[in-house]
Design a protein around this ligand. Structure first.
Ligand code: NAD
Ligand code: UGA
Length: 316
């Protein structure tokens, strides 16, 4: 089972699993019949033999029947995004990121699903001073979102330590980008601005650095986690190389041959200056290392955006 299968990472993961010959039940509360983003994300999947889609909310649906015969569950459903997690939406973050994981864990324990792979986040590290984050570092989440992801991850690992529960691999993804990336994320917005000529709102001075991870690499690490030995705690999914937002803007400019117009805005609470993974555990436990560098990844992301909406193509 893949939860969050109508989302950015979940839809790519489900597709790669089906392409590899695995039967996948995908669960998401966004309905492709009414939600255009879900429809776009699921377009490559719906109708494929080997893929069954279920529109359901993990906070209320009966999960057990969906899990019968499952060898593993990839639990990616959740509310992502650092900045909107301040204020009144926190309850939704808590529900979908923590309470939904609890319902999934209870169902897996009842049904006897052997393996849970859960989507955690680089945001659990908080401010780092610029060095590489290693999984044994003390987490210092700096946003309500990051607090919920740390709680989710730790809840899953606590269940894993209990006899009779599934084994768990928690993946701390580092800023994933590529085709179908969420439209609230920086890379999507920068490439969209480059293609359309619309301005890009830049929070802070653009010297923030991220360990950008291409979607295909994130998916490869996730699939490897299904078969990996589990007794290792969380695992970073990031290659250890960083780029600043200004560097991403420069690459986007070079891909379209003109400069993005910037609207400068203040830095946002909860955004950290740098994320950088120590990739040692992922290499050791998952046999994983990223294959796509930032330039090639951004080119692929831009090509996908340009082909998606006709006006992008015209502007490019
Ligand atoms: P996304 O929003 O594109 O996908 C998440 C999906 O989960 C959505 O389709 C949403 O409808 C679904 N969902 C949320 N609550 C649900 C519920 N209660 N029941 C059923 N479905 C529900 O986000 P994404 O970028 O693909 O992220 C996937 C996961 O990876 C999230 O858990 C996120 O916190 C984590 N993550 C993402 C990144 C990144 O760079 N994109 C980095 C670190 C961690
Ligand atoms: C991303 C995802 O959005 C989170 O869901 C995920 O948990 C996290 O990665 C992770 O690695 O764990 P973030 O790194 O904040 O979070 O990625 P973006 O949302 O793309 O933002 C990156 C930077 O760009 C931030 O400093 C942000 O302030 C800036 N930004 C974003 C802008 O300047 N303008 C925008 O329009 C959007």
């Amino acid at each position: 089972m893949v939860t969050g299968s109508a989302g950015f990472i979940g839809s790519h993961l489900a597709h790669a699993l089906v392409q590899g010959g695995t039967t996948v039940v995908g669960v998401d509360r966004r309905d492709p019949a009414t939600d255009p983003t879900a429809a776009t994300n699921l377009a490559p999947l719906l109708g494929l033999p080997g893929y069954v889609h279920v529109t359901a909310d993990l906070l209320s649906c009966a999960i057990d029947p969906l899990l019968i015969d499952a060898d593993a569950i990839f639990h990616l459903a959740g509310i992502p995004g650092v900045r909107p997690s301040w204020g009144p939406q926190f309850g939704d973050y808590l529900a979908s990121n923590v309470l939904a994981a609890h319902r999934v864990l209870e169902a897996c324990t009842r049904i006897g699903v052997p393996r849970v792979i859960v989507a955690s986040s680089s945001s659990v590290y908080g401010p780092t001073g610029g060095g590489a984050s290693i999984e044994t570092d003390r987490p210092q989440p700096a946003s309500p979102y990051a607090v919920t992801k740390l709680a989710e991850e730790q809840l899953c690992l606590a269940y894993a330590a209990r006899p009779g529960s599934p084994s768990v691999v928690a993946l701390r993804y580092f800023t994933v980008y590529g085709p179908r990336q969420r439209s609230d994320m920086f890379t999507h917005r920068a490439l969209q601005a480059a293609l359309t000529g619309q301005p890009l709102r830049l929070y802070g001075d653009g010297h923030q650095r991220r360990d950008f991870t291409f979607i295909d690499d994130a998916v490869a690490a996730t699939i490897a986690a299904a078969a990996a030995p589990a007794a290792h705690g969380p695992i970073n999914v990031g290659g250890g190389a960083t780029a600043s937002l200004l560097e991403v803007i420069n690459i986007a400019n070079s891909l379209v041959g003109r400069d993005i117009q910037l609207d400068h805005d203040h830095a946002r609470s909860g955004d950290v200056l740098t994320t950088r993974a120590d990739p040692g555990r992922a290499r050791e436990v998952l046999g994983w290392q990223p294959r796509v560098d930032l330039h090639n990844g951004l080119r692929a992301h831009m090509q996908a955006l340009a082909s998606q909406v006709p006006t992008y193509g015209r502007a490019a």
